[in-house]
Design a binder for this molecule. Structure first.
Ligand SMILES: *[C@@H]1O[C@H](CO)[C@@H](O)[C@H](O)[C@H]1NC(C)=O
Ligand SMILES: *[C@@H]1O[C@H](CO)[C@@H](O)[C@H](O)[C@H]1NC(C)=O
Ligand SMILES: *[C@@H]1O[C@H](CO)[C@@H](O)[C@H](O)[C@H]1NC(C)=O
Ligand SMILES: *[C@@H]1O[C@H](CO)[C@@H](O)[C@H](O)[C@H]1NC(C)=O
Ligand SMILES: *[C@@H]1O[C@H](CO)[C@@H](O)[C@H](O)[C@H]1NC(C)=O
Ligand SMILES: [Fe+2]
Length: 615
């Protein structure tokens, strides 16, 4: 037995690695298309790029538009502009890392973004003159804009612009809230250029209109060698700055708090962020309306259209926009893995946290870890794919706080009023007998359903049911072993809904157990579900996944589009589920659950011990 197990796991990983190629075939990080190692210099004295303005953020903004004017005496169709930061990009060197990167000739970090020179100037190929408007965010360093000819694969550097910088590149930016280890603790994580030898990081906060206090924040950073491989360790590396987390404790339930990020320099000067606010969580079991948004695989995109015309995560900005528009009616957000698809291009984490700032600074932005955060061969991930681009979880685990005992393991539970959420980490082993399985059982079993009737399971990969083409191609409807190991727990502890991402579309099942629908109803559930409803909500933004041309009995609603789910608990007996499209924010699928808490305590198939001694 002891000898069999590792071999079996190895076989499974081999099979899984094959799946993985099918899944990620259309998921190449656009920055990886720039062949940095092929860059050569072909400077032209008459060419120029002028960037305006050269100082940004004079009014404290962290996002600004820059206009470029440029000229190339020998223009070609595939000339492009790369945005580099730090500005002195061509001066740095990077080592060859592994067999996947050849020794670089001209070594630099990858650009932060790029755009074709003809993007706003259709006559560029004739005149050699062009202009471009680009959006920059404050990310701790200055910028320069380089004009290349020879396309993305054989780039020849023609000229570099003047430098552009934010007035305070070190400023504290992009706060993201996350609920802490208890319901009455909010954590705020942000990024800055101030290390522990330069300043003390803190949060000034308090109830709106009340007395403010200052709470210290912790500071984390890491270096190139913390990364597991390329590109994170080579062309994708960029100094992450410092990541701070403050803990705001003993909150009153449902109260509006204001907060500001601060860095106290050692000469006494304090550098402040702008002021933000959030509403504190309800007491577990509290009867009040509670609204939850859930999606996976959102990614990021550039508002200026750079990086191959937004084809990497085409729905990302729409999803972000709809959630921002509905924000006053949202209490907490779950982004269940595949957060920004930086895939080893570290600069992209700043862009992502900037994109979600209006959401994450106002409501808890709870994350799960996906393959694009965690997977790397030989780094302990359950899957041996290279989807994290060498990040092997370090970025996700540092840039976002989660109330896990061990942030590397990334599984945790959250009590939010009448909800209990159990968040799994599908990139680590979840099977029976593992530490994670034990956690899942504990999370599901320790909730008092009279007070917290709504029990929700969340994870990145589909451990339940999905009609995705790439699962069907392997003759399955899930990640191998997922359901087989976990359905006993979902059934025993009467999980209401299980959510997954990874498959980039939307699908909802009937209440189901062991492949059989346990309830005939489709939209208006009354009483015990007798099974768990499984929902794939991976259409947050990344390019869509196809459904297999199969109709199963258990699949109630499929949508090949971008969208997200909103749950509204009206009270202990009424839950509304809505699926909204990211394009218009309208509801396209919905159902209700109405029941008494005693319905959940009642027995159903395999839901109670087989024998009862009491009479
Ligand atoms: C601009 O250049 C790109 C890359 O060569 C090309 O695909 C695109 O068609 C060009 N657009 C225009 C308007 O010429
Ligand atoms: C480039 O700039 C960065 C920060 O802006 C600095 O740390 C580095 O030393 C510079 N490199 C060179 C070669 O000038
Ligand atoms: C403290 O140092 C900062 C940054 O070097 C500087 O801008 C500020 O003027 C200094 N303040 C005082 C009171 O010296
Ligand atoms: C984004 O939303 C707009 C406006 O509703 C819509 O026209 C567009 O198709 C959406 N984009 C994607 C990729 O769905
Ligand atoms: C749920 O299961 C119980 C026990 O087997 C049964 O009495 C009840 O009718 C079932 N409910 C539905 C909606 O099928
Ligand atoms: Fe994924």
């Amino acid at each position: 037995m002891m000898m069999e197990e590792p071999r079996m796991v190895f076989m499974c990983l081999l099979i899984l690695a094959t799946f993985q190629q099918v899944v990620v075939s259309d998921e190449h990080q656009p920055l990886s298309k720039v062949a940095i190692h092929n860059i050569i210099s072909e400077l032209d004295q008459n060419a120029y790029v002028k960037a305006n303005p050269s100082v940004l953020g004079l009014k404290g903004q962290n996002t600004e538009w820059v206009t470029l004017q440029y000229y190339n005496p020998k223009p070609t169709m595939d000339d492009w502009i790369g945005v580099f930061s730090p500005a002195n990009f061509s001066a740095s060197t990077c080592p060859a890392e592994n067999q996947f990167t050849s020794p670089p000739l001209f070594c630099s970090s990858a650009p932060i973004k790029y755009q074709y020179a003809n993007f706003s100037s259709p006559n560029y190929k004739k005149s050699g003159k062009g202009y471009l408007k680009l959006q920059l965010i404050n990310q701790r360093s200055d910028f320069s804009f380089a004009l290349f000819t020879g396309g993305l694969t054989n780039p020849k550097l023609v000229t570099v612009s003047n430098k552009v910088s934010f007035s305070n590149p070190n400023a504290p930016v992009y706060p993201r809230l996350a609920q802490g280890k208890t319901w009455d603790e909010m954590t705020v994580t942000w990024t800055s250029g101030y290390g522990i030898n330069e300043a003390e990081a803190f949060v000034e906060w308090g109830p709106k209109g009340g007395k403010l206090i200052q709470s210290p924040a912790g500071t984390l950073t890491f270096d190139r060698n913390t990364m597991c491989g390329a590109p994170a360790r080579t062309v994708g590396w960029r100094d992450p700055g410092f990541i701070h987390t403050g803990f705001l404790k003993e909150l009153w339930p449902n109260k509006v708090y204001i907060y500001k990020l601060g860095h106290k320099l050692f000469n006494g000067t304090i550098i402040w962020s702008e002021q933000y606010q959030f509403k504190s969580p309800p007491f577990p079991g509290q009867n009040s309306v509670q609204r939850v948004v859930i999606f996976g695989d959102m990614g990021k995109a550039e508002a200026d259209g750079s990086n191959e015309y937004n084809n990497f995560q085409p729905g990302s900005l729409n999803t972000t926009k709809q959630i921002i528009q509905d924000l006053k009616d949202i209490d907490i957000v779950f982004h269940i893995g595949d957060l920004c698809y930086a895939n080893g291009y570290l600069s992209q984490w700043d862009q992502f946290t900037a994109q979600i700032e209006p959401i994450a600074s106002a409501v808890p932005y709870m994350t799960a870890s996906g393959n694009h955060e965690r997977d790397w061969p030989g780094s302990g991930s359950f899957y041996g794919s290279m989807d994290s681009g060498g990040e092997c979880g370090v970025l996700a685990q540092s840039m976002f706080y989660v109330p896990a005992e061990n942030r590397e393991k990334f599984w945790y539970s959250i009590d939010y009023g009448m909800f209990r959420f159990c968040i799994a980490h599908t990139e680590l082993d979840w099977r029976k007998g593992t530490e994670q399985y034990e956690f899942i059982e504990k999370c599901l079993s320790t909730v008092d359903r009279q007070k917290q009737p709504w029990l929700i399971f969340l994870g990145h990969r589909v451990l339940g049911y999905s009609s995705a083409g790439f699962y069907a191609a392997e003759g399955s409807f899930e990640e191998p072993m997922g359901r087989e190991d976990l359905q006993v727990l979902w059934q025993k502890y009467k999980v209401d809904i299980a959510f997954y991402g990874h498959v980039h579309n939307y699908e909802r099942t009937c209440p189901i157990y062991q492949n059989i629908c346990t309830n005939k109803e489709k939209n208006n559930y009354i009483g015990n579900l007798n099974g768990t409803i499984h929902v794939v909500v991976g259409g947050g933004g990344a390019s869509l996944a196809e459904f297999a041309p199969i109709n199963t009995k258990w699949s109630i609603f499929k949508d090949h589009d971008f969208g997200f789910v909103k749950l509204t608990a009206f009270d202990h007996s009424n839950l509304l589920f809505e699926y909204k499209k990211s394009s218009d924010g309208q509801v396209y699928d919905s159902f209700k659950i109405s029941r008494d808490y005693r319905d959940i305590l009642a027995c159903n198939v395999d839901g109670c011990s087989p024998t009862t001694l009491a009479t």
